[in-house]
Design a protein around this ligand. Structure first.
Ligand code: NAD
Length: 491
């Protein structure tokens, strides 16, 4: 698994450049703990340079016909397809996730998102409104301007393209700040895009520290909108900073998804989807099943079948095709997951699987798929976002109790409902306060469907037509088409 250190610059105005003062930082491969890349670290002055490049490019990019912009969007999808293996490997080396997930979810999902937005480019039109015989009103939908996009480390490519694709179609130009841990894949993609003809300055990438580069991007007066995905804690800072010049913001934040299984649920399907919901991407997933609510009548039966499957999940070298779960993102995060596990135990939970780094790994931040049962709904692991491979299991008796537990959190991102009773499924869907719900399935967010959190899980939607609207502003133009303006003043 040994890896060679690669070097990455900032990507500004179509070129790879050094950061001010030549500042760099080292990123390790979380599965080997070996240095993997040396990356330029953007400073405030670099952010300014990137915004200026995006501003220059905006003058042309926003004015070319949308049909031309769409050609570039298709081209980027082709580039990702052609380089799928190479970029998937970079993605796996920087995140620790299994290569099959990098190929399928990060690259596959990014390609689908680009193609989807290229396909709905006819949605940029405004409308004409009949007001009276003498008056015609039209609305114009225009690109919002230069957008700052801030990305977390859990899906560095997929989440970048959830933002890049609609912004490009809308006519915006971009300054994107990847997470500190995961800038390499998107930097490689940006370079390939320029080689394939994307005009300079349309897509700028500025890796760096959140409190320096991220903060400078949100503060920058030249940035019209910030699209942020990350923790609720940092989302609040972004919102406060953006308030200074009423910058547009959209926020995709943390979650604590409940997955509610009634006693009439189709058990095999439920187990299959819950395994994926809980442990896909090492549980480093904002919609992960972190609270598994099981009806008391099926509690023991479900758990014994579920645990058998959990113990069979193959943990290993993330670059190997048959690996099903890799390492978490960093030492710090590994320690955080471990401490949540300890709290789960200390607060009365019963450990049924996992809880440590398996002995066969002497290096790497590998944390076993973990299940803790009999968790009190008020326990720390039932309330706080763990963002790792730990599923907390909570028993319930009635529908009302399940709704009350599900909603008793500051988050409202996603959730799952398992029952054969369609009326109950719909009642639950109406009563659970979450922005994205699955019924009799779990996981998988497709580009066609709007996605975003309620409560402290965010503001605004990404994906679907709503995702395009986030990069457009509407202007109303009222046109007098009569002969004479009626007199208002007598003199
Ligand atoms: P984070 O909030 O620590 O960082 C996210 C990004 O914000 C990073 O690029 C970081 O450098 C930047 N940042 C940090 N401080 C900043 C500041 N002051 N100003 C501007 N930018 C700043 O989150 P993370 O640890 O990278 O990711 C995990 C979190 O992301 C979890 O809470 C998870 O639920 C959330 N997430 C949400 C979604 C969603 O769609 N709702 C998707 C993925 C991840």
């Amino acid at each position: 698994m040994a890896t060679k250190t690669r070097k990455y610059g900032l990507f500004i105005n179509g070129k790879e450049v050094s950061a001010k003062g030549g500042k760099t930082y080292i990123r390790e491969n979380p599965a080997t703990e070996e240095p993997f890349a040396e990356i330029a670290e953007a400073q405030k002055a670099d952010v300014d340079k990137a915004v200026k490049a995006a501003a220059k490019a905006f003058k042309t990019w926003s004015k070319i016909p949308v049909s031309e912009r769409v050609k570039y969007v298709h081209k980027i999808a082709e580039i990702l397809e052609k380089n799928r293996e190479k970029i998937a490997l970079t993605n796996t080396l920087e995140t620790g996730k299994p290569i099959r997930e990098s190929r399928l979810v990060e690259l596959g999902g990014a390609i689908k998102t680009l193609e989807y937005y290229a396909g709905i480019s006819n949605q940029l039109n405004g409308e004409s409104i009949s007001v009276s015989e003498a008056q015609l009103t039209v609305t114009l939908r225009e690109p919002i301007g230069i957008v700052g996009q801030i990305i977390p480390w859990n899906f560095p490519l997929l989440l970048s393209f959830w933002k890049i694709a609609p912004a490009l179609v809308a006519g915006c130009t971009i300054v994107l700040k990847p997470a500190e841990h995961t800038p390499c894949g998107i930097l490689e993609v940006a370079k390939l895009c320029t080689k394939a003809g994307l005009p300079d300055g349309v897509l700028n990438i500025i890796p760096g520290d959140g409190e320096v580069a991220g903060q400078a991007l949100v503060e920058h007066p030249g940035v019209a909108k910030v699209a942020f995905t990350g923790s609720t804690e940092v989302g609040k800072i972004v919102m406060k900073t953006a308030a200074d010049n009423i910058k547009r913001v959209s926020l995709e934040l943390g979650g604590k998804a409940p997955c509610i299984v009634f006693d009439d649920a189709e058990i095999e399907n439920t187990i299959e989807a819950t395994l994926r919901g809980g442990f896909f991407n090492q549980g480093e997933n904002c919609t992960a099943v972190t609270r598994l609510l099981l009806h008391e009548k099926i509690y023991d039966k479900f758990l014994s079948a579920f645990i058998k499957r959990v113990k069979k999940i193959r943990m290993g070298d993330p670059t190997k095709d048959d690996t099903e779960i890799g390492s978490v993102i960093s030492r710090e995060h590994f320690e955080s997951v471990k401490s949540y596990f300890q709290k789960g135990k200390n607060e009365g939970g019963r450990v049924l699987a996992g809880g440590k780094r398996p002995r066969k790994f002497t290096k790497g931040y590998f944390f076993e798929p973990t299940v803790i049962a009999d968790v009190d709904p008020k326990a720390t692991i039932a309330c706080e976002e763990i963002f790792g491979p730990i599923v907390a299991v909570i028993p319930f008796k009635t529908e009302e109790e399940a709704v009350s537990i599900a909603n008793d959190t500051v988050y409202g991102l996603a959730g799952g409902i398992w029952t054969k009773d369609i009326k109950r499924a719909l009642r639950m869907a109406k009563n659970i306060k979450a922005g994205y719900l699955w019924v009799n399935t779990y996981g998988g967010i497709i580009p066609e469907t709007p996605y975003g959190g309620l409560k402290q899980s965010g503001i605004g939607k990404e994906l679907g037509k709503d995702g395009l609207d986030m990069y457009l502003e509407s202007k109303t133009v009222n046109i007098f088409i009569g002969d004479k303006i009626p007199a208002f003043y007598k003199g």
